[in-house]
Design a protein. Structure first.
Length: 129
């Protein structure tokens, strides 16, 4: 499972990072000519994508810590799940919808299976705080 985690984190970083940079620094090329009102939204999403792309960098040294992994993967799971729904609702975003669906699915599975590789996990019957 840890190899799947490493793959999912790398895929997250390699997809959201370049997209975020592109959207922040070149939003005009993303929008049709004359659609100036969308520039702020595109830049804001670019910042969100860069932030999500940075999560694997923060998580990497702590990939064995149950609580840290739960927090980081939970955030990535929520982001990619919500973005999948948003893209499907908007329509015309098949590639992005599929990519974010794959990432959401990977992070949902990893979240539920993190006890298999994490070392500092709660004991059976204990509640997380």
């Amino acid at each position: 499972m840890k190899k799947v985690l490493n793959f999912a984190l790398a895929l997250n970083f390699l997809t959201d990072g370049p997209v975020g940079v592109f959207l922040v620094f070149s939003p005009e090329s993303f929008l049709p000519d004359g659609q100036v009102e969308g520039l702020l939204w595109v830049r804001n999403y670019g910042v969100a994508a860069l932030t999500v792309a940075s999560v694997p960098l923060w998580l990497w040294p702590h990939r064995d810590d149950y609580k840290v992994v739960g927090l980081a993967i939970g955030l990535l799971m929520a982001f990619h799940s919500a973005l999948t729904i948003a893209l499907l609702t908007a329509g015309g975003q098949l590639f992005g919808s599929v990519l974010h669906f794959i990432l959401a699915t990977l992070f949902i599975v990893l979240f539920s299976q993190r006890a298999k590789w994490c070392s500092s996990q709660p004991a059976d019957g204990a509640t997380e705080t």
